[in-house]
Write a protein that binds this ligand. Sequence first.
Ligand SMILES: Nc1ncnc2c1ncn2[C@@H]1O[C@H](COP(=O)(O)OP(=O)(O)OP(=O)(O)O)[C@@H](O)[C@H]1O
Length: 322
Amino acid sequence: MTYQSSPTILPGIIGNAASIHALASQIGKIAVTDCPVLLKGETGTGKELFANAIHQLSDRKGEMIAVNCSAIPEHLFESLLFGHEKGAFTGADKNHDGFFAQAHNGTLFFDEIAELPLVHQPKLLRVLESKYFCRIGSSEKRHFTGRIISATHQNMSQRVKDKAFREDLFYRLNLFELTIPSLAQRREDIPLLVHYFSKQHKSMTFSQCAMDLFKYAVWPGNIRQLKNTIDKLVILADDDYLSAQCIHALSVCEADPDVLSKLAREIIELPIENKIKAIYDALVEAAMDQSGGNKTKAATLLGVHRKVIERRLHQITATASY
Ligand SMILES: Nc1ncnc2c1ncn2[C@@H]1O[C@H](COP(=O)(O)OP(=O)(O)OP(=O)(O)O)[C@@H](O)[C@H]1O
C-alpha cells in the first residue's frame, strides 16, 4: 500500500479527516487575532503542534515560548514568569527576562494549564487583564505584548467546579476553545500518518492487513504513540515490507478486539456491487500477509492459481496509490 503525498493541512500538521479540516478553517480565522486560545484534547493529539501552527499563521514576529505548568518549581514561578532584577534575591546575580518578556510580540504557550497551582493563578490573571507585569525587585511596569495559548487534557469546567481552577481565569483563557480530536475519532488519517512517520526513516510498504491493524488498534497515547510505534517498527524491520504478522511478532501495538466486527461493518456499509469485491480483496490481502508477501504461497492458501493473485494485486495497487 503506497501513498504519494501526505497532506499538510497546517504547518507541520498531517491530516485529511473532516474534523481536522474544520479545525484548520477555524484556526485560519483565529490565528490572525490577539485572542487567547484554549486547546483541549487527549494526550498526544498534537495540542502543542496546533499551538505552533497558530503562532506561525499569526505572523507574529516574536518567538513562541512554551511553558509546562506542571513542571514549574513552586519557588521559581514568579522569577521564571516575570523575570528579576540583579540583587532581587540571593543568587540573582544579573538581570533576567522571564517568559512574559521572552514572548515579546510572540506567543506564550501554557501547556498543562489545569496544573497551574491555585496560588499562582491570580498572578497570571492580573497580567492577562492589565497587560502589564513587573520583574521581581522592580516596580517598573513592562508591557506584555504576547498572545496566550493554553492547552489541557483535563476537563476544565470540572476543575472550576472542584475549585481547583479559578473561574475568572478560565474565562480569560478560553475566548476560543478548540478541541483536537483523538486518533480514534479520526481513524481515516492513520494510513497517512503511518506513511508520513515511516518516510522520515525510509520508504516502506505496509500490507493492507498491517494498515488495518494500525487503523483499528487501541491508541491511548494518540499520535505520539502511533509515531513511536512506527519509529520502532521501521528501525526493527528486516526489509522494507511490513505485514501484520511482523507487527504481531514485535508486539508493538495492542489490537482492538473488535477489529473484525469493525471491518465487517465497513464492508456491510458498502453498496451491494462492491461488497463481494471488498471481501475478495480482504482475502487476497490476508493471504499475502500470512505468506509474508509470497504470491505462490498466498495462492496455495486460497486454493487459486498464482495468476489470480497477481491480477487482483495489480488492480488493488492501481486503486490504492494516490
Ligand atoms: N497531525 C499531526 N501530524 C504530524 N505529527 C503529529 C500530529 N499530531 C501530533 N503529531 C506528533 O505527535 C507527537 C505529540 O504531539 P504534541 O506534543 O503536540 O501532543 P500534545 O497533545 O501536546 O501532548 P501532551 O498532552 O502529552 O502534551 C509529536 O511528536 C507531534 O509531532
